[in-house]
Design a protein around this ligand. Structure first.
Ligand code: NDP
Ligand code: 2IT
Length: 445
């Protein structure tokens, strides 16, 4: 049996009932075949793939808190420190009822390769809780964040592990968690979290970074394949941090984003999504998308899923994992879509990815196209270490350069291994090589 197949079967056997984790490992291992074949004796002797698929540390803890009615509540907290060989563990925190060990492990596994692709020294991690922030008061959110940090603080630090935001965790939650960390530690250690407020060590441009970075990479991918992003119709899913700033940057590039979605339904706006209305509904009022169409009479609201049925040139899934299925891929191809770039982590299922690729659709995986968020987190860490702040132009220029470099890095890696145009393979190989070389250099640990 091939080394890769052996490892994948072990992962499935040893981690039962973790489908998202299996899916992420399968996608990465599959693309590493040509690299592993070249180095098989060495990798086997060093148990490199076994170590690659095994997290260095998984922390699970109880998060007790009291709701506004005085009722005690309990949630599960997690931090998976997957691989620290190229830098401090780094990755977001997700608060969403679907969070479980499988989701945490898939996200932290992916984060290793993403962080490696940014070129910055950051290892891979992820954490979060099955806490549902929807409908909670601001005070409940604060008490939850404080309780979560009261346990998490033991395992993190500016040179150890640096969490940030993800689904359900934005500037407000990072502020509350940072406050509790500072209170427990008794000093300023801003570098322990990224995505902080600008008044206490946050970086300009971090809020916009993932969405903007997604568009910088997408424009470069289109350009290198003979297309101009200006004038393109874009379908976006999600209506959170990533989707909002992807939509904003798409407009700035002369494209027209026409859809967005949340967990209840989706919007088609034939005049293009109005970013200010979207921000007011989702960021300011934390309301549902039904409110969006009240302010935009030409727009249509539909319950359930359906963003990928809209005719578009480019599709940007920016909500969550497994939200673009084979039947969606078929609709996109039938409607003439030329490119898909993932803003979310693993939004496209494996069979949908393969269908898109084999039908000539340019496809960029999230670990490359959504790396702008963690890249600017890395820049925030650098600024915190220097006790200095770059201007928004400086940060944006660096982000732009990082995203363009990432695209060329994976394009080149795919060519070098005889898989030209397969950006999934290119991203996995380029991301893997740096981590693998660091692991080999550091011995069997
Ligand atoms: P937000 O919480 O800001 O927004 C998430 C959006 O996706 C919301 O519109 C939400 O709808 C929707 N959504 C979430 N879960 C589901 C679900 N199970 N079914 C349907 N819709 C869902 O998160 P972000 O924008 O930060 O994150 C979006 C994606 O991007 C995630 O995959 C995340 O891992 C990834 N990402 C985020 C980065 C960042 O810097 N924030 C960096 C790189 C990747 P609703 O409003 O109803 O909850
Ligand atoms: O998935 C991701 O890359 C993030 N949620 C951002 C992580 C970070 O540390 O900024």
């Amino acid at each position: 049996m091939s080394y890769i197949k052996e490892i994948f079967e072990q992962v499935v056997a040893q981690n039962p009932a973790q489908p998202e984790f299996h899916q992420a490992v399968e996608e990465v291992l599959e693309s590493l075949a040509p690299v592993v074949e070249k180095n098989e004796a060495l990798y086997r002797r060093e148990a490199l793939l076994e170590r690659l698929v095994t997290p260095e540390r998984v922390v699970m803890f109880r998060v007790p808190w009291v709701d506004d009615q005085g009722q005690a509540r309990i949630n599960n907290g997690y931090r998976v420190q997957y691989n620290g060989s190229i830098g401090p563990y780094k990755g977001g925190l997700r608060f969403h009822p679907t969070v479980n060990l499988s989701v945490m492990k898939f996200l932290s596994f992916e984060q290793n390769f993403k962080n490696s692709l940014t070129g910055l020294p950051m290892g891979g991690a992820k954490g979060g809780s099955d806490f549902d922030p929807k409908g909670k008061s601001d005070r409940e959110i604060m008490r939850f964040c404080q309780s979560f940090m009261t346990e998490l603080y033991k395992y993190i630090g500016p040179d150890v592990d640096v969490p940030a935001g993800d689904i359900g965790v934005g500037g407000r939650e990072i502020g509350y968690m940072y406050g509790q960390y500072r209170r427990i530690r008794g000093g300023y250690e801003g570098g322990v979290l990224t995505g902080k407020g600008l008044s206490f060590g946050g970086s300009l441009g971090r809020t916009e970074a993932t969405g903007y970075g997604l568009l910088y990479l997408t424009r470069e991918m289109l350009k290198c394949n003979g297309h101009d992003i200006a004038g393109k119709t874009i379908a976006v899913s999600g209506a959170g941090n990533v989707a909002t700033y992807a939509i904003q940057k798409a407009w700035q590039m002369g494209a027209k984003p026409v859809t967005c979605s949340d967990s209840n339904g989706w919007v088609y706006d034939p005049d293009g999504i109005d970013v200010e209305v979207l921000k007011d509904v989702k960021e300011v009022r934390r309301a549902r998308l039904t409110e969006y169409v009240k302010a935009r009479p030409n727009a249509q609201y539909h319950e359930g899923k359906g963003v990928w049925s809209v005719k578009c040139d480019v599709a940007l899934p920016c909500a969550t994992q497994n939200e673009l299925f084979l039947e969606d891929a078929k609709m996109l191809v039938a409607n003439g879509c030329i490119a898909v770039a993932e803003g979310a982590n693993m939004p496209t299922t494996l069979d949908a990815t393969k269908y898109l690729q084999s039908n000539g659709v340019l496809f960029c995986p999230g670990k490359a196209s959504n790396a702008g968020g963690v890249a600017v987190s890395g820049l925030e860490m650098a600024q915190n270490s220097m006790r200095y702040s770059w201007t928004v132009e400086e940060v944006d220029n660096k982000l732009h350069q990082i995203m363009v470099d990432i695209f060329h890095n994976l394009d080149n890696a795919a060519r070098e291994y005889g898989m030209e145009g397969n950006y999934v393979a290119g991203a996995n190989i380029a991301g893997f090589l740096k981590v693998a070389n660091a692991m080999l250099a550091q011995g069997v640990i």
